[in-house]
Design a protein around this ligand. Sequence first.
Ligand code: ZN
Length: 202
Amino acid sequence: MNCQFPTVLRPLIGRNYLWRKNSSEKVVYLTFDDGPVPEVTPQVLSVLDDFNIKATFFCVGDNVNKYPELYREILLKGHSVGNHTFHHLNGFKVEHEQYLNDVEQASQLIDSRLFRPPYGKLTRREKKILEQKFQIVLWDVISYDYDRNLSPSQVLENVKHNSRNGSVILFHDSVKAKNNMLSVLPDAINFLLAKGFRFERL
Ligand SMILES: [Zn+2]
């Protein structure tokens, strides 16, 4: 599903993407994609509350439409939100116009200047248009929480091993990722706090 682009390719596929904040400070950015869903998102919010941490949720418009009160709760708790299309489309697999319309449809519900393309896939043409309206956010640390072949400890290791100053860390508040994500999130946060990082929203 999601893939992490090798570092060496990054300059070729979008200088204007935000992969990581260029930071000399010990700050990291937790991000949660694909929610909000009642099976997972409330539990994420509760963990973040326990640590008094703010994060960023890249919401699927269709889920915001189904669960508006959950979406409002994310905002009420002071987290940031971003647009993750309405139908979780793959930018390589649908027509340009359909893709842009889908992003626009999500924009009707999600008031944000942040956009993250599902699967990290966006054609050059889509990017060129969307970057006029949005800061396009990818990630530099992927937890692979959605990968059911990975154990929670492997997911935790991905986060521990790759996080550094300014990292944008990708988790999912999705049913698919739930088990891995919820079992590692508190440990990942504790590890990063012990390393002296603080958490900010995008
Ligand atoms: Zn996604």
